[in-house]
Design a protein around this ligand. Sequence first.
Ligand code: 6PG
Length: 466
Amino acid sequence: MSNCDIGLLGLGTMGAALALNIADNGFDIAVFNRTTQVTRDFAAQAGSLAVRITPTEDLESFVAALKTPRAIILMVPAGAVVDKQIAALRPLLDDDDMIIDAGNANFHDTNRRAKEAGDKPFLGIGVSGGEDGARHGPSIMGGGPKEAWDRVAPILTKIAAEHEGTPCATWMGAEGAGHFVKAVHNGIEYADMQMIAEVYGLMRDGMAMSYPEISEVFARWNDGALSSYLIEISAKVAAATDTGTGKPLLSVIMDAAGQKGTGRWTAVEAQHLAAPVPAIEAAVGARNVSARKDLRVEGEKRFGAAPKALDGALDLDQLESALIAGKVLCYAQGFHMIARASDDFGWALPLPEVARVWRAGCIIRSVMLDDMATALTEAPDQNLMMSDHFSTLLADNHMALRQVVAQAALHGLAVPALSSGLAYFDAMRTARGTADMIQGQRDYFGRHGFERMDRDGTDFHGPWAD
Ligand code: 6PG
């Protein structure tokens, strides 16, 4: 029976959750997983939703279960597996059947796959929100031909999260635009998480606060300007107790962060675009540093532990303010990078829509995104830190960020993302910088030429006689 509205291939954690979400929203869905037992278990556990789910055990029956023209979501690990599945599916499909890659693909791969698809509809969609988001409403960033997006938009907007009645699912542009926006989302995610971790470190090591106390602070901040999913879950993470030992869970978790790579892609791509995202780069770097536990242990033995105890040099209000300023700066950097990519790739990425689509469902959702959407609607080309709302927020909070970074440095507490945020802020408010020296050096050793501020022209040289 070819009666399913859509198919989903790949029943891992995210795929299974997304399939249930689709069924829950009244769509009939065919599912397939390479390991048949996974499909059987999934169908057996679908409960009342089972009536909407058609489990299939080979690709032919999977394809045959779909209404034409077909639409198939791939939820498989990013990389070669996606190419393999496309190659296996395409011979079974008609030319107007659509493949939708909903994994965390590198947008360069999505660009390539879009070209390889030719006239056959192919979408790359960034899906954010973790397992819970996938099950109950993710944020969806679409990329590919607009007509292809429009064809599946009724399903994707229905299963997406909503912010005050507006679905968080939007077409961002052609080819890999959706996956690019998702990558920047993850870059911001890394920076936001890193800044929260740095402030957690200041409370734990600088202020000798207990885990429950730290949890309470995060919970309180979640009622204010910092209200966001990441602050909310940080309160919960800090409050958790390890069932085995009865100790605070954080106290037994290894301090070495993992990463699947999307934040790193953002930092690498930012370098290609010459888009300044130092807070995101610092966050990626900090994950790499965290992973070198062996070296850090050796370093502490060699140099001795830093003094750390802040002895009242900072208070909690300053930490909250510093985090507010840091958060604005890291989002400003992310949006600026999207603007650069929009120009470079000719995508016309809709910045206000990006802010809107991140307001619910995704990992970086926060009350600030509502104001960012407003600021970007009023002035889409403006760096967020220059908007009335966020420049006021920065004016009110950057002194606290400065105090926090300064005291952290004096006491040997590493705060790389907050420091980078502050350096970015200071650089961005400095009309006369120091790159005149770099230009002088470049011209000295390589006759690279420089511009002058007092004359027109681009190719002046120094009198470097020796
Ligand atoms: C999301 C997340 C998600 C990401 C994980 C793991 O928006 O739901 O960004 O897509 O894959 O958070 O990312 P790392 O392993 O790189 O931390």
